[in-house]
Structure formats: C-alpha cells, structure tokens
Design a protein around this ligand. Structure first.
Ligand code: SAM
Length: 231
C-alpha cells in the first residue's frame, strides 16, 4: 500500500551541504532559516494563532538521503560510524520513508513564511507538516536514551585573526550571527569520528554563501582559517 504526501513548504537554511550540520536541533541556536510555505498554505489563515507558540515540530523529508532499498541496520555517526544498530533505535537519515522530525524555535510568523532558529536542516528540505510544540505532552522529564544520553562533547574553537575579521564583516552583510554559528557548529566536531586529522589537513563547509575552512592544530582543538565567499 502506498500513500502520497506533498510538501507544505521548503526550508531556506544557513546549511548548504550536509557536512557540519548539527546532528539534532537546538545544538546550534544561531542556525537560522526560513520555512517558505507553498500554496494553499502560503495564505495567512494557515498560520493564524502560531504566533502564540515558541517552538514547532517540523516533519520533513531527508531529500538528500532518499533510497529505494530499505535498511534494517544503520551505522549512526554519533557512535563513530563503526557500530551498527536497528534503524528504529536511531535518528539516522537513511530510514523508511526518509522522514525526519525536529523541534525548532519559531522566531517570527508571517503569512507564507516562518522564521526559524536552532535548525538541523539542509537548504531546500521539503517540509511535510508543522505542529506546535506542546510542553506538557512533548517534554518527558524522566525519559531515558542510553544510546544518546547527552549532547555531544564540545571542543574549543579558535580563530586566526584574519578569519575572525572576515566572519565579522560577513555577519554584518548577512545580518546573521555568523561567528556564533561557526563556533556552535564546529565545536561539535563535524569530522567523522574514525578520521584522525593531521594539522596539515584542511576541512571546509559552506554556511550561507560562505566557505568556512578550518583545521585541527592538535587533537581536540579547532582553528578557523578563513571565511570567504563560496566558490
Ligand atoms: N532531528 C532530525 C531527526 O531526528 O529526524 C534529524 C536528525 S539527522 C541525524 C540530522 C542530520 O541530517 C544533519 O546533521 C544533516 O547532515 C542531515 N540532514 C538534514 N537535512 C537533510 C536533508 N534534507 N536531506 C538529507 N540529510 C539531511
């Protein structure tokens, strides 16, 4: 049996590629985006009342991870990528129907447009539904998850002087908390756990319209090298 669903909108996100996106929402509060609703939901009626809500659930498609062949076991990056686990025990992107869910902060509501922060969504992500977060029902004080018991350990992020100047200039141009965004995303160490980075090895990711490049001068320390217009 098949059912068909269609997006209510698409996310315009600070994240232009999968690498360096936090593994869950809230981990980078400076990660912002806009959910642009499509017809007929771009009418103000569809979001009326939503301004009374601080957070929303987004149900979305992992549109860059869709696969035909179902997987029963996956290797979550959080476990270092070398331990496999039942797909339903994880929040992996490769999963039945490719559906993701994130609770994100709702900063502003406009007809046809929701301004979001704390997102973990790639640019262009199709959103299937939006639901208000209901604190008394959705927050479970005694919940336990022994696989993912705490947020990732953060590592320090340092800046080359020139890179920090570049980031501050682009932050003004974009009117975005860019320095915070870079620090929050890199502090989670986006590198796959199995890679042991040498100081010479350069890493990069695109945030907004910028290429951010960094390296690991020593284990457990990141240094931002440059923040330049994306090639
Ligand atoms: N919070 C969601 C959940 O639990 O369903 C997403 C968790 S998933 C582990 C988060 C990762 O999904 C991000 O780090 C990013 O690499 C990836 N991602 C985000 N949007 C995506 C998209 N549209 N297509 C494919 N991968 C995506």
């Amino acid at each position: 049996m098949t059912y068909s669903v269609s997006p209510v909108g698409f996310v315009r996100s600070c994240f232009k590629e999968k690498f360096a996106i936090p593994r869950q929402p809230h981990l980078a509060p400076a990660a912002r985006g806009v959910l642009e609703l499509v017809a007929p939901y771009d009418n103000g009626d569809a979001v009326q009342g939503l301004e009374q809500v601080s957070h929303v659930w987004l149900l979305f498609l992992f549109h860059q991870a869709l696969e035909d062949k179902p997987r029963l076991k996956v290797r979550p990056p959080r476990l270092g990528g070398n331990q496999s686990m039942g797909v339903f025990a994880t929040r992996a992107t490769h999963r039945p129907n490719g559906i993701g869910q994130s609770v994100v902060k709702l900063d502003k509501v406009e007809p046809g447009r929701l301004w979001l922060s704390g997102i973990d969504l790639l640019d262009g992500t199709p959103v299937l539904d939006i639901k208000p977060y209901v604190p008394y029902a959705d927050s479970v004080a005694d919940a336990i998850n022994r696989i993912a018991s705490a947020a990732p350990t953060l590592i320090p992020v340092e800046w080359d002087d020139a890179a920090l100047r570049q980031a501050n200039q682009h932050a003004l141009r974009l009117n975005e908390p860019l320095v915070e965004l870079i620090e929050q995303c890199l502090a989670q160490d986006p590198r796959p756990a199995y890679q042991i980075p040498t100081p010479e090895r350069r890493y990069g990711a695109q945030l907004w319209d910028l290429d951010v490049r960094w390296h690991y001068p020593q284990s457990g320390l990141i240094r931002v090298l440059e923040v330049v217009p994306a090639a």
